[in-house]
Design a protein around this ligand. Structure first.
Ligand code: MTE
Length: 319
């Protein structure tokens, strides 16, 4: 891992005091999962939005120029705050992101309720520049910061029956005004097959552009599955459930003819109402849409790393 210092990196004296950090480590112990929530009592306030997040650079980053941050944080899909692209930036500030508990259940030996601040270990953070390809045929390039999901899931010791994992978003109508309307069957849920969840590309993100995630982008923690359509990258997660059978996912539930479980980016399988062959590059800079379109790549360009998982599967049927 090459560690490149960034201008925004914390200097020594801005870091968490070592004692505080070590005390927390001790309580957490070999995960100390049962007392996760209690241990985090000290950090009940959300991180300051402009506090820098330190992360190692990752071999998985692509070299394309990042989408301007302003666009990535103002053109969003987060239906819990409304269906317009501008709604999340307007309304997501109402979501209270600390304390934040995540319940882990199902086919695993270590289940329970944990605090986000105990699940995310600062020394495991990586910065990865990924392309996010939305099913609506647009894409952005975003420098995410997060922990490979496999590192987090392994600590729960999933058992041999765990073939899938399901994720659930917070459902809090008081704070999430969009959930007062039945646009989707709330809470928003998503799922992955176990090998997909454990793939090194799959990231549990807590930051972007060198800082903590803004609420509209899924604070305090959200999934990023870069070879799949953006709707698999579920935001503001409160539940992780290991299952034996394929779990349901919100978009498939709402329109099974249009959205599947796998949702791998595939330029050859069109959405029933539009083509997936090309995509609009958000912020790809020009007055004419002719100049900011690109050809969609199979598995969003990550084929070499992931195609093997689908060997022998009919991807037209399993869309
Ligand atoms: N997660 C929840 N809980 N609710 C949503 O509406 N939208 C999805 C995904 N995660 C969504 C969600 C879709 S369709 C996309 S394209 C991405 O979030 C958008 O992520 P971004 O706003 O950070 O670009």
């Amino acid at each position: 891992m090459i560690r490149v210092s960034k201008p925004w990196e914390l200097s020594e004296n801005q870091c968490t005091p070592e004692k505080l950090y070590l005390d927390r480590r001790q309580i957490i112990g070999s995960l100390g999962l049962s007392c996760g929530l209690v241990a985090s009592g000290a950090i009940a306030k959300p991180p300051a939005p402009d506090l820098p997040l330190v992360a190692k650079t990752s071999k998985w980053s692509i070299s394309d120029p990042a989408t301007p941050e302003k666009l990535a944080t103002s053109y969003n899909n987060f239906y819990e705050f409304g269906t317009d692209k501008s709604d999340p930036a307007k309304y997501a500030h109402a979501l209270i992101t600390r304390p934040w508990a995540i319940t882990v259940e199902g086919e695993a030996d270590k289940t329970g309720t944990f605090s986000v601040d105990d699940l995310i270990r600062p020394d495991e953070l990586e910065e990865r520049i990924y392309r996010l390809r939305c099913v609506e045929a647009w894409s952005m390039v975003i420098p995410w910061i997060g922990v490979p999901l496999r590192k987090i899931l392994a600590r729960f010791e999933p058992n041999s029956k765990a073939r899938y994992v399901q994720f659930e978003t917070r459902f809090e109508p008081e704070q999430m005004r969009g959930t007062r309307w039945p646009v989707l069957d709330w809470p928003y849920v998503e799922g992955l097959r176990m090998d997909e969840a454990m793939h090194d590309l799959t990231l549990m993100a807590v930051g972007m552009y060198g800082r903590h995630l803004p609420n509209q982008n899924g604070a305090p923690l959200r999934l990023i599955v870069p070879w799949k359509y953006g709707f698999k990258s579920i935001k503001s997660i409160v539940k992780i459930r290991f299952t034996a059978n394929e779990p349901t996912n919100s978009w498939k539930k709402s329109a099974p003819r249009e959205y599947g479980f796998y949702s791998n980016v595939n330029p050859k399988v069109d959405h029933p109402r539009w083509s997936q062959a090309t995509e609009r590059v958000i912020g790809g800079g020009s007055f004419s849409s002719l100049f900011n379109r690109r050809d969609t790549e199979m598995f969003n360009g990550y084929g070499e790393a992931v195609a093997q998982m689908y060997a022998g599967m009919n991807l037209k049927k399993n869309f």
